[in-house]
Design a protein around this ligand. Structure first.
Ligand SMILES: N[C@@H](CCC(=O)N[C@@H](CS)C(=O)NCC(=O)O)C(=O)O
Length: 213
């Protein structure tokens, strides 16, 4: 496969795609875009290739761009038939895989978008604090639903998949490891297993260096 460029920010959502690139052994260059909520220049740079200004943004040698974790996850699996992170069509686990991939991408992930910079959505400061609280509470409810459906030892039972990589990323994000330990221990168990996988070790170290001190 051609060399790819991944525009991301270490520790953020790009880790979900970066870990998959590492798993499949794809040659890629990582471009750190900068803090999209604190650095206007970072937004301006990223908008040139992705008008939605989100990471992960994947760029191909011919300049074409692909975004959206769900789309990238399915597309990458199609390029690599063996050792896949996505159960193939007609595999027993395929239906559940698609259900929870889309749940993570379209229900859970947007809750971060709405509170990462709440001033984008609510002008009034008092109303904003209430809004932030409500969205964060809703995110916890969504995590609870995911947790209740985990079969173990991985999201799909014995079948390791891209869902486990996504889970490992999420356990590093808000509401924070302590909350997950108390409220979503099965997610934490998965994250701890995935974090130790040799093929992914370098990616987790780069994204979450404080975990390795
Ligand atoms: N739907 C996107 C979500 C990605 C996403 O939410 N990325 C966050 C960082 S974790 C981001 O770039 N946020 C900037 C913004 O929304 O303005 C995907 O699946 O790739």
């Amino acid at each position: 496969m051609e060399k790819l460029t991944l525009f991301g920010q270490r520790g953020w959502g790009s880790v979900v795609v970066e870990a998959q690139l590492a798993w499949y052994g794809v040659d890629y260059e990582f471009v750190q875009v900068g803090h999209l909520f604190e650095d206007e220049a970072a937004r301006v740079r990223l908008e040139e290739i992705n008008p939605r200004c989100q990471i992960p943004t994947l760029q191909f040698a011919d300049g074409q761009v692909m975004t959206e974790i769900g789309a990238i996850t399915l597309w990458m699996a199609e390029q690599h038939e063996s050792d896949g992170l996505v159960p193939a069509p007609r595999c027993a686990e395929r239906r559940e895989f698609l259900r929870w991939l889309f749940y993570m991408v379209s229900s859970i992930h947007p809750t971060y978008n709405y509170v990462d910079d709440p001033a984008r959505f609510v002008d009034d400061e008092v109303a904003r604090a209430q809004y932030e609280h409500t969205v964060n509470d809703f995110a916890k409810k969504l995590y609870g639903i995911l947790e209740d459906h985990i079969v173990g030892p991985y999201m799909l039972g014995d079948r390791f998949s891209a869902l486990d990589i996504y889970t490992c990323g999420m356990v590093h994000w808000s509401p924070g490891r302590k909350w997950y330990e108390a409220n979503a221990p099965r997610m934490v168990e998965i994250a701890d297993k995935v974090q130790k996988m040799g093929k992914l070790d370098a990616v987790w170290r780069e994204n979450y260096p404080n975990d390795y001190k």
